[in-house]
Design a protein around this ligand. Structure first.
Ligand SMILES: NC(=O)c1ccc[n+]([C@@H]2O[C@H](COP(=O)([O-])OP(=O)(O)OC[C@H]3O[C@@H](n4cnc5c(N)ncnc54)[C@H](OP(=O)(O)O)[C@@H]3O)[C@@H](O)[C@H]2O)c1
Length: 259
């Protein structure tokens, strides 16, 4: 049976995508660490829609977790036709003060888990000549943001890998898209120690990202910028120096109080 696998489905953007895919009739495999939240979400979705929902509780910062997720899907006869790499985290503050375990965690979840899951499920998608990989990147991946440098770098990685795969997989029936939201109202900032009240741009709802994903897939886009402001910021970068780009991004993100 065909399934859509969503990492980071326990809350925020991943949860919103889970609802939308279920509304569209997709069976789901939901992945995150928060088992209780996944169970509650699965129950809610099953009550609303006649779809299968499997829960796979995993910590994606563990190197072997993507393999365990893949094996879970095999055990449950879940053929993954859509893979949504949404799990992610950040840490706000100076790079030299990031604890080493946090540094590892950010790189493992944002890059390694996404890469391994893509590699694992892609072979099956190529064999089926059908598949969709949705990678949740960030507007922050377009430049290094002081105070969010590691996070920005991991999201650049997601964008670069996604655009290469987009082309590489043309003609093989597999679509790849990188979604690059600006600021979205989730628990993401609080968890990262980034005071969202300081952010100098509008903060959108998760629905904006969901809509952008489906529009982007329909239009066969490589990268998707959910709001007009995201699009303007992304494209205006091309006309100015990198120093200005970084200063502007830093101003909007306002990672440090009083910046
Ligand atoms: N919010 C924004 O403004 C924004 C903007 C651009 C891009 N993004 C990206 O959007 C994605 C979703 O973020 P969000 O805003 O929805 O944040 P969120 O509400 O904090 O959700 C993050 C999700 O990632 C999961 N996750 C984190 N660490 C994990 C781990 N070690 N193992 C498994 N799952 C893990 C969390 O699940 P558990 O804690 O239950 O494990 C949660 O489901 C991220 O990739 C983020 O970088 C967000």
């Amino acid at each position: 049976m065909m399934f859509t696998l969503i990492t980071g489905a326990s809350m925020g953007i991943g949860e919103a995508l889970a609802h939308e895919f279920a509304d569209k009739g997709h069976n789901l495999v939901l992945v995150a660490r928060s088992g209780d939240k996944l169970r509650a979400l699965a129950k809610e979705i099953r009550q609303k829609r006649r779809v299968e929902v499997e829960i796979c509780v995993e910590d994606l910062s563990e190197a072997e977790s993507p393999t365990r997720v893949y094996e879970f899907c095999r055990r449950h006869n879940a053929t993954v036709g859509v893979l949504v790499n949404c799990a992610g985290l950040s840490h706000a503050g100076d790079f030299d003060l990031i604890p080493f375990d946090k540094l590892e965690e950010i790189m493992m979840v944002n890059m390694m888990a996404m890469t391994r899951l893509t590699r694992l499920f892609l072979s099956d998608m190529i064999d089926m000549k059908h598949g969709v990989i949705i990678n949740v990147a960030s507007l922050g991946g377009l430049q290094g943001i002081p105070g969010l440098g590691l996070y920005s770098a991991t999201k650049s990685f997601v964008m670069t890998l996604s655009e290469a795969l987009y082309m590489e997989l043309k003609g093989k029936g597999v679509k790849v898209i990188a979604v690059c939201p600006g600021f979205i109202a989730t628990s993401f900032f609080e968890r990262a120690g980034h005071n969202a009240a300081n952010i100098r741009l509008p903060i959108s709802g998760t629905d904006v990202v969901v809509k952008a994903v489906f529009k982007g897939l329909k239009k066969n886009r490589i990268w998707v910028f959910p709001t007009l402001i995201d699009t303007v910021l992304a494209f205006s970068q091309r006309a100015v120096s990198r120093k200005i780009v970084i200063r502007v991004a830093s101003f909007f993100a306002a990672v440090k109080d009083g910046l």
